[in-house]
Design a protein around this ligand. Structure first.
Ligand SMILES: [Zn+2]
Length: 388
């Protein structure tokens, strides 16, 4: 027998080898229908994973992010399975769950394309497959086996991913005739996926790198009930009416100019006033909490960011250092304000009695986001944060 401890502290005994879904079933058959993933000893796993020793167990329903994640991630596999049937030879990149739904990056092959007009047919195929209650089965394989499988299939993206994995950590999941490289967790079967909507198609460079091939990213969302999907689609329509890019244009708050550069917002008079009001409000709040306002330049010596580690994180893939007439001297647009703040702290002696020492800056920082990722004011190459 093994002892299972639940989140409320209660402990129950079960036969060794029992799975989380079987435990849920024993608690109540209704619960078993509502759970989508389990956390065993702090690790999120498939509900079907057998438990062989004492463990803590959390069962995740829809309302837990872990539950939704498993649901949507399984839906990404379901979509991939449908795509493979409809587009033989299609190649797969990655297919994660996201905040709302999931996507899969795919390569339909030279001269072939998938557009939004194709989504209803893919959706129909997904529904057909889901209704077969296909079981997700996990198999742990060696690196060689995984490489052989995906090389034979010609899935070069998966081969590339497997190449970076360590032997002994690789698992495959199969539902129906579709097998994917994946860590999991997934639903026990496609049975709970009742409502399916594919939302849009976009281009996405493999691994987010503009030098790589452009893949087709298909976004979708699924729910256990049709009503939940209907509500979400209404929400999306309402959100469209409130899209900040639309409001920003209509109210003349901000604009972008290709002459200045993509992702570099230009605040128009009304927007700048709104921005100023926000800064005033936040300054009051910050001061009330003991923060002192500081101001620092937009650039700093490259060595500063090498010390802070930001150069390693942002240097290669971001705005490149600028040279000066001084031989060997290099400056960088700041990707963060904190290295500058550390120097302000270092400028005067401090006693432990001064701690916590709080400073804040409405500092503008610069990061070179990929052009495909730029989005209104939510994904930009220059933004101002109340760095505190
Ligand atoms: Zn997966």
């Amino acid at each position: 027998m093994i002892k299972i401890t639940f989140p409320d502290g209660s402990v129950k005994e079960y036969n060794s080898g029992i799975s989380s879904i079987e435990i849920a079933e024993k608690i109540s058959p209704r619960l078993a229908k509502e759970v989508y993933a389990a956390t065993v000893n702090g690790q999120v796993v498939d509900l079907s994973r057998p438990l062989n020793s004492d463990a803590t167990l959390v069962l995740h329903k829809w309302d837990d992010s872990e539950g939704k994640h498993a649901f949507w991630h399984s839906s990404a596999h379901l979509m991939a399975g449908a795509l493979e049937e409809l587009y033989p030879g299609i190649k797969f990149g990655i297919g994660p769950a996201i905040e709302n739904g999931f996507y899969y990056d795919v390569d339909p092959g030279d001269g072939k394309a998938i557009s939004e007009a194709d989504l209803p047919a893919i959706e129909a195929k997904m529904k057909e497959l889901a209704s077969k209650n296909l079981v997700f089965t996990r198999k742990e394989v060696s690196k060689k086996e995984a490489l052989d499988l995906f090389s034979k299939k010609g899935d070069q993206y998966k081969v590339e991913l497997i190449g970076e994995l360590e032997d002994g950590t690789i698992s495959l999941y199969t539902q129906g005739s579709f097998t994917d490289l994946c860590r999991g967790p997934h639903l026990p079967s496609t049975e709970p996926i009742k409502a399916i909507k594919l939302l849009s198609v976009a281009g996405a460079y493999w691994r987010g790198n503009e030098k790589n091939r452009m893949l087709t990213r298909i976004y979708g969302i699924t729910y256990p009930k049709q009503k939940m999907l209907d509500d979400y689609l209404v929400f999306l329509e309402e959100a469209k009416k409130r899209d900040h890019r639309r409001i920003g244009k209509e109210l003349e708050l901000f604009t972008f100019s290709p002459k200045v550069g993509m992702g570099l917002p230009l605040w128009m008079p009304k927007g700048a006033e709104l921005r100023q009001n926000l800064i005033s409000f936040m300054t009051k709040v910050l001061k009330k909490r003991g923060y002192k306002i500081v101001a620092t330049p937009h650039i700093g010596n490259v060595d500063l960011y090498k010390t802070s580690g930001h150069y390693e994180k942002y240097g290669k893939d971001s705005f490149q250092p600028m040279l000066t007439p001084q031989e060997g001297e290099q400056f960088m647009l700041k990707p963060m304000n904190c290295p500058h703040h550390c120097e302000i702290f270092n400028a005067t002696p401090h006693s432990y009695k001064d701690l916590p020492y709080r400073m804040a800056e409405f500092g503008t920082v610069y990061r070179y986001e990929q052009s495909g990722e730029l989005h209104g004011l939510t994904r930009v190459r220059s933004f101002t944060q109340d760095d505190a």
